[in-house]
Design a protein around this ligand. Sequence first.
Ligand SMILES: Cc1cc2nc3c(=O)[nH]c(=O)nc-3n(C[C@H](O)[C@H](O)[C@H](O)COP(=O)(O)OP(=O)(O)OC[C@H]3O[C@@H](n4cnc5c(N)ncnc54)[C@H](O)[C@@H]3O)c2cc1C
Length: 476
Amino acid sequence: MISDQLIADLKSIVGEKGVIANPDELVVYETDGLSLFKHKPDLVVFPNSTEDVSRIVQKARQARIPIVPRGAGTGLSGGALPEKGGLVIATTKMNQILEIDLRNRCALVEAGVVNIHITNAVKKAGFHFAPDPSSQPVSTIGGNVAENAGGPHTLKYGVTTNHILGLEMVLGDGSVVWLGGKTQESPGYDLRGLAIGNEGTFGIVTKVWVRLTKLPQSYRTMRVAFSSVDDAAKTVSDIIASGIVPAAAEFVDFVALDALRAAFHLQIPPHTRALLVIELDGLEVSLDRQAEEVRRICERNNAIEVLLAKNEKERTALWFARKRAFGALGRLTPSYITQDGMVPRTKLPQMMNFIYQTAEKYGLRIANIFHAGDGNLHPCILFDERKEDEVRRALEASTDIIRKCVEMGGSVTGEHGVGLEKREFMPFMFSEEAMNVMKKIKQVFDPDNVWNPGKIFPPNDSHRPEITGKRKPAPM
Ligand SMILES: Cc1cc2nc3c(=O)[nH]c(=O)nc-3n(C[C@H](O)[C@H](O)[C@H](O)COP(=O)(O)OP(=O)(O)OC[C@H]3O[C@@H](n4cnc5c(N)ncnc54)[C@H](O)[C@@H]3O)c2cc1C
């Protein structure tokens, strides 16, 4: 229950405009990128600093309400939704790049800084922030840290955790801790690593030391068309088996291509069933030889067209199909679930067959646009949210696909996190003992389970941490 006193207290910290309590305005915060689940918060508050966050958390703690961190709300697993109501702390006003230290190749940023803004700030000096989720023009660094986000170029460069040196976090009693720091190594347990991917269940990240990476000297970007999904999928593992690690190897299948044709009149050979966008980067001197080898591997796998960009304009054009594919799906469907699973990349051909069989079984279309180099699948299950039976079939198809990913030695999520959407799938992958270890770790950071309750652990799990009300709040 939200009291007028709590609203007044929060306004005294962040100002009148820094608190949303009006139910009509709160509707904006009842969903995220997933859109299937809706949970309206009781309050949303917009702090300007770590000090604000600490004071807000103390007030929420006194009121004994759940607290849910939120960045840009692009998450695709329902992580930022307050299933149990309570307070959402949105970091969007904490958007300052506080320090850029090129000599040490790092920068200190607030949690609400948008991913691409870091690269924009340093690219003239020849650097970038390597993790590049496709949401990078919008998603925040705090959200990227919380989800351990990946992206097209994480095949070569690694995911978010490989680019975070340290983070500042506000815990449930309002205390502020630094995990890791500016230097690469810190002694003791790797708490920084432990906290990355916690999905807002430990506390709220307020500042981050990010690693800056030199921009590659040169690129070779290829777009390759195949008349068979199997051939395209096999090409990806053949390239990596040859010893070449592309910066990116991205996959767009025939369903997504239908959408791209409808939306943008995409010009591709008529019988194309799959496109690969393959990008090599590194020293100019090494790239022609690698590109030639990649071309040979594609041709051995029956490629019907291999295009190589000759300049930056052509590079952008070849990426177009991949970058616009998710948006184009709107031409085929009112709604879709972007699933996120992982398989060893050699299993891609089998997994793709299984996905198409699943589509047939449930009478649905499934488009596939994904990071093939990592084996990180994104089957987009197309359905109409207004038709109850289609929603049911879409959810059942999702479950079958994720279960199969695990059976093939993969994972229930590649990069979108567990949130609300995947929590039932966790026992597919983890034993009870392993889940208990996770719960104990959560309790160490958040003994009263005030942070993002209900996420990650299955809802029917009797051991799932809940706000019990048994513990006394620590003195403020
Ligand atoms: C079109 C599109 C493309 C996408 N492409 C990719 C992709 O290529 N790779 C990828 O990994 N993801 C992708 N995503 C998913 C999403 O963008 C990422 O998970 C991103 O990291 C979420 O950031 P956000 O700021 O929007 O976080 P939100 O959606 O606001 O929150 C996500 C989770 O992080 C927690 N959180 C947010 N901020 C904080 C904080 N400061 N402290 C603690 N916890 C916090 C929330 O509680 C929630 O659990 C995509 C999404 C869309 C819509």
